[in-house]
Design a protein around this ligand. Structure first.
Ligand code: NAG
Ligand code: NAG
Length: 305
C-alpha cells in the first residue's frame, strides 16, 4: 500500500471508506462528523485533527494485513512507520484526543491490502492480537505499534477477500468489553445492500456505529442533482441494520472518490433535513482528513449535522 492515490477509483470493490459519526464534540444535538485519518502524510497530526473540535470520532486507517497466519501490518502512509516503531509516539496524540472526548478506532481492511480470516479459530487469534496490540490488552510478547495508549475500538472496512468469520471476529472483540474497557465496534460497508463482505458481521447486531459508504456506488448514491437513490438506500440501511447509530459516509472532496460527492449546500438544504428524521441517524462520515483539509467540507456542513 505504498500509494493510496488510487484507492478511490471507480471500481466499487476497491474502496475504502471513511466515515463519520455523530456525537457531541461539535454540535449540541443529534449528529456529529466522523473522519478517517492516516492515509496521507500531509493531513496534519492526529492530535490536530482532534483539536479542530469537529470530529467526535476518528478512524485510524489502516491495519491492512492480517489473518490466515499473516504477520499483521499497519500502514499510516507518510505519518510514520508502524513496523519500525516510529509510530509509538502517537500515544501522546491518542491521549490528547481522548481527553477531548474523541473516540478513536483502529480501522482494519481498506481498499489495498492482504487480509482474510480462515476459520473461527483464526478470528479468535486476530481478535486477541487486536486486543493486545491496540486496545486494553497487555501482553509482553505483542508489540504495540501505536504505543501503550488504548484505542476505543475497532472499525471494519472489509472490502477485499472473503466475507467469512468477521461475525466471529466482532463477537470475540465485543466479549473483551468485560475486561475493563468498552470496545466500540464500527464498520464502513458499501451502500449496495446487503454488503457482500460485511453483511454477516453486521447481522450480529453488535455494531455501535455504521458509516455506510454512499460513494463509488452509483445505484445507491447521489447523482447529478438527484437524491432519489441515495435516500432510498439510506432508508433501507436505517431500517434494516441493528446498529446503535448509522452515518451517511461521503467523500470530503470531489477528488476523494470516483463518484458520489455531494455539494455542501445540497447536503445541508436537501439531504440532512430528511435523514435527520431517522431515529438511527448518527451524523456524517467523511473520507478523509486530507481531502477535508483541501475542500473545507466539514466546516461547511458541521452546523447542520
Ligand atoms: C496468530 O496471530 C499472530 C499475530 O498476532 C500471527 O503472527 C500468527 O501467525 C497467528 N497464528 C496462527 C496460527 O494463525
Ligand atoms: C431521479 O432518479 C430516479 C431513480 O433513478 C428516477 O426515477 C427519477 O426520475 C429521477 N428524478 C429526476 C428529477 O430526474
Amino acid at each position: 500500500m505504498a500509494s493510496k492515490s488510487h484507492q478511490f477509483n471507480s471500481n466499487p470493490l476497491i474502496f475504502l471508506l471513511l466515515g463519520l459519526s455523530a456525537i457531541g464534540v461539535s454540535a449540541a444535538g443529534n449528529g456529529g462528523i466522523a473522519i478517517y485519518w492516516g492515509q496521507n502524510g500531509n493531513e496534519g497530526t492526529l492530535a490536530e485533527a482532534c483539536a479542530t473540535g469537529k470530529f467526535p470520532y476518528v478512524n485510524i486507517a489502516f491495519l491492512n494485513v492480517f489473518g490466515s497466519g499473516a504477520t499483521p501490518q499497519m500502514n499510516l502512509a507518510g505519518h510514520c512507520n508502524p513496523a519500525s516503531g516510529s509510530c509509538v509516539s502517537l500515544s501522546t496524540d491518542i491521549r490528547s484526543c481522548q481527553n477531548r472526548g474523541v473516540k478513536l478506532m483502529l480501522s482494519i481492511g481498506g481498499g489495498i491490502g492482504t487480509y482474510s480470516l480462515s476459520s473461527k479459530l483464526d478470528a479468535r487469534n486476530v481478535s486477541l492480537y487486536l486486543w493486545n496490540a491496540f486496545l486494553g490488552g497487555k501482553s509482553a510478547s505483542v508489540f504495540r505499534p501505536l504505543g501503550d495508549a488504548a484505542l476505543n475500538g475497532i472499525d471494519l472496512d472489509i472490502e477485499l477477500g472473503s466475507s467469512q468469520f468477521y461475525d466471529d471476529l466482532v463477537r470475540y472483540l465485543k466479549s473483551y468489553c468485560g475486561r475493563g474497557q468498552k470496545v466500540y465496534i464500527t464498520g464502513a460497508p458499501q451502500c449496495p445492500f446487503p454488503d457482500r463482505q460485511m453483511g454477516s458481521a453486521l447481522n450480529t447486531g453488535i455494531f455501535d456505529y455504521v458509516w455506510v459508504q454512499f460513494y463509488n456506488n452509483p445505484p445507491c448514491q447521489y447523482t447529478s442533482g438527484n437524491t432519489t437513490n441515495l435516500i432510498r438506500s439510506w432508508n433501507q440501511w436505517t431500517t434494516s441494520i441493528r446498529a446503535k447509530k448509522i452515518f451517511m459516509g461521503l467523500p470530503a472532496a470531489t477528488q476523494a472518490a470516483g463518484s458520489g460527492f455531494i455539494p455542501a449546500e445540497v447536503l445541508t438544504s436537501e439531504i440532512l433535513p430528511v435523514i435527520k428524521s431517522s431515529p438511527k441517524y448518527g451524523g456524517i462520515m467523511l473520507w478523509s482528513k486530507f481531502w477535508d483539509d483541501q475542500s473545507g467540507y466539514s466546516s461547511s456542513i458541521v452546523s447542520g449535522v
